[in-house]
Design a protein around this ligand. Sequence first.
Ligand code: GUN
Length: 459
Amino acid sequence: MPMDRDASHSGHSDDSDAPLLGVRGCLIDTPHLGRLRERKDTAILIENGRIVDIGAYNLLHKKASSKARWLHNARAAIFPGLIDLHSHLPQYPAVAKGRSELLPWLRQTVFPLEREFGEAKARKESMAFFRELARHGTTTAMLYGSVNEAACEAAFEAAEKSGLRVIMGMLMMDIASYGASQPKKVMSIALLESERLCEKWHGARAGMLEYAFSPRFAVSCSEKLMKGAAELAAKHSAFLQMHLAENFEELEKVKNQFSWAADYADVYDKCGLLTPRTVLSHCIHLSDREMDVVAASGARVAHCPTANLFLGSGVMPMEKMHDRGIPIGLGSGVGAGTELNLWQVMRSAIESQKMRSYYDGDARVPSPAEVFYMATQGAAEVLGKENMIGSLDVGKDADFIVVDYGAFLPYRKTARQQRDELSAEDLLSLCIYRGGPHGTMETFVRGNSVYRAAEPDLF
Ligand code: GUN
């Protein structure tokens, strides 16, 4: 039976003309690191994109039934929308390609693809990309575009139409860029174009779209470009995103290129790039000193375990970041990450630490609730949006996903009893180990449905 949309009611709240939406299900979230909260047969009431009430379905339905449009399903799971802190939009077609480590993979697989990612391609692919995110249950994404301004413009237009919450920036690089077939992206042009995009899109669509200045990594950026990006981000209160310490060959190159710096983190620090609005992806091979610098600066980390395993880059020492209080969330890391499916990124976050624990006594294996926090409330904290998204609480924006977790069970349709017997821990674990877009029934951002499965075949 499809999810029952009780269309008989549409009306008004007591103090507003805005229509109310009521959604029924089993609410699961992690408002605090590692602490799972389950609210069975519960309803959320949404008005003007915000959660205005949460309570037992029976009570809330009685209270608001004549005023709200209802989506009922006692056994659907409702999770906060997933937050992807690191992905490259132009790289999605390259997933799972190549067998080399980071730098040759960039040269052979990624650069040719990015070089071709002009306006026409961006117009064709961006809308599909955002739909893919929504289908996977991702409601907020932090993304790199290509080096092409018109392509970024088209990607922002698609983001606007998609209804998702998107932080994005034009990729900046002015050295070692794209080889002989393409002239260098001149530093001053990259800064000018990025600022133009920022002025147009940062804060657009009532704050749903934001800008991130995006100097790729120290290997492909001059000191001047990095300093320029830092200044512009400060001027516009925008985000910054860079890759950091992902691969040993990359580390060697940075050491040679920036002999004046103490280490890789010092390059970014001296260029003014480490701020509380900076998201650093990967961060696998940082020294204790570098982690202290990152922690002191307030910068944040996007952990991308599927990408790190695909390129054989290494395993991030997660506990060292946690112990220093560095906020960490998860990123799909596409196209080094092989999928946009954040459930599988959570799985990799657990399994890579499990593997590490066999040879490193310091490794702490995160629980399902801990990695789920890193994909929701923890990621919201990385973005400074912990009071806006990340958990299901009154006053927050209504970013959530309705999941048919039965789709993840073995023999899905014959397992009704098994479904009822699942504890919250089992249910979350099921999603993490077997979850994916086939279970996403509907995705909501700020109370608007941005994806709905064609035939939610439920119960
Ligand atoms: N470091 C610099 N650029 C990239 C990129 O596109 N992907 C990954 N995984 N690492 C990078």
